[in-house]
Design a binder for this molecule. Structure first.
Ligand code: ITT
Length: 192
């Protein structure tokens, strides 16, 4: 079985391939030569996840899934949320986004946050959704060099390490993406 993962983010591809082993071949957008970012014009994570999967289904007619993820911080009323990629402006820049989050948190003690991933699968034109959430807190400074995005400032609940201080395998034990993807695997009757 082949399935397209509708993402331009190679970190996401690595995480998903690590969760899947070789049961299914994951084809990324770069594998099929699609270099453009799929427009993310919806106002919700769910909406953008659907837009990305639908874009690929409409263009290629091959079953595919997309992942849209947001970091929701309570003190910032759920920001950056659906704007996580471009929180500090265009072009997207992880360091600038982290800087803006830390600035806006303004040393507050209220640092609860969560990552939310919605995976949308379009299979033979039918649409299925899977959600994964991990609760945690935002640190005061960047820690670790692994992963991507907001990983250096996100401590998953009950953990002394940020996602960026974890190996890919460790992050996959707790992560929002892994939680959503496990449901997709169950749906496709794949081994966990
Ligand atoms: P695609 O849309 O091509 O999949 P993207 O990087 O734009 O790639 P999203 O829109 O889903 O992906 O993600 C929004 C941003 O949220 C992303 O740019 C990162 O900054 C952040 N993000 C997503 N997943 C993350 C993770 O597992 N760890 C840390 N930050 C993450």
């Amino acid at each position: 079985m082949n399935i397209i993962f509708a993402t331009q983010n190679e970190h996401k591809v690595k995480e998903i391939k690590n969760l899947l082993g070789n049961q299914v071949e994951i084809i990324s957008l770069s594998d099929i030569g699609l270099k453009e970012d799929i427009p993310e014009t919806a106002s919700t994570i769910e909406g953008n996840s659907l837009l990305k999967a639908q874009f690929v289904w409409d263009k290629y007619g091959i079953s595919c899934f997309a992942d849209d993820t947001g970091l929701e911080i309570d003190f910032l009323n759920g920001e950056p949320g659906v704007y996580s990629a471009r929180y500090a402006g265009i072009p997207k820049n992880d360091d600038a986004n982290i800087h803006k989050v830390l600035l806006n948190l303004n040393n507050s003690n209220e640092r609860k946050a969560r990552f939310k991933t919605i995976i949308t699968l379009v299979m033979r034109g039918d649409i299925y959704k899977f959600t994964g959430i991990v609760d945690g807190v935002i640190g005061n400074t960047k820690k670790g060099v692994n992963g991507f995005g907001y990983d250096p400032i996100f401590y998953p609940e009950n953990n002394l390490k940020t996602f960026a201080e974890m190996t890919l395998e460790e992050k996959n034990k707790y992560s929002h993406r892994a939680r959503a993807f496990k449901q997709l695997k169950d749906f496709l009757h794949l081994k966990q």
